[in-house]
Design a binder for this molecule. Structure first.
Ligand code: HEC
Length: 150
């Protein structure tokens, strides 16, 4: 059994050690060498694309890195499965894009806006995802459930 004094020092020592580990890991995580986002490669076009992404609430239906809604396909690596012309056609379409029977909003974007969103997707796809890219992202998780039941 620890005496009251020993217990107190055990508590203080344990707290100090875990606190130092916490600070150390925080500094490590935030250090430049750990930057997985390549934020220095963000072009003006990609930044405009991100702005369009947020302004139109694309996340209301899509996810990027798992964040967003599960109605529509994951878009983190969309540039790897679709070519530039395909993505631009989806964004510039004036009728809802829906080959798989869920409707994408018909944004009818200008070529410039579509190029900016494309630049944003390209930047996203270059982020080091720590293996997340291995997930099958071609359909939304909800749609996948439906497909396996049928
Ligand atoms: C109302 C829901 C909704 C919103 C909001 C939405 N989308 Fe979509 N989007 C969809 C659906 C559903 C599909 C899949 C259509 C299909 O394949 O049948 C899709 C498809 C796409 C695709 C093609 C993906 C692929 O793999 O075929 C891209 C790229 C895309 N959307 C980008 C965007 C962007 C950028 C925005 C915001 C500016 C946006 N979407 C907003 C529903 C939405």
């Amino acid at each position: 059994m620890l005496s009251k004094k020993q217990a107190k020092w055990f508590f203080m020592g344990g707290t100090a050690v875990t606190f130092l580990i916490f600070i150390g890991l925080t500094v490590f995580s935030l250090s430049k060498a750990q930057d997985q986002s390549h934020s220095d490669q963000l072009s003006a076009s990609a930044i405009r694309g991100k702005y369009i992404w947020e302004k139109n609430n694309c996340m209301g239906c899509h996810t990027i890195m798992g964040e967003g809604a599960y109605y529509a396909p994951e878009l983190t690596n969309v540039v790897e499965r679709r070519d530039d012309a395909f993505i631009k056609a989806v964004l510039m379409s004036t009728t809802p894009w829906q080959p798989r029977h869920r409707k994408m909003v018909a944004y009818g974007m200008s070529e410039q806006d579509a190029n900016d969103v494309l630049a944003f997707f390209k930047w996203i796809s270059n982020i080091n995802l720590n293996g997340f890219e291995k997930v099958d992202n071609t359909v939304s998780p909800l749609a996948k459930d439906k497909m396996s039941k049928n």
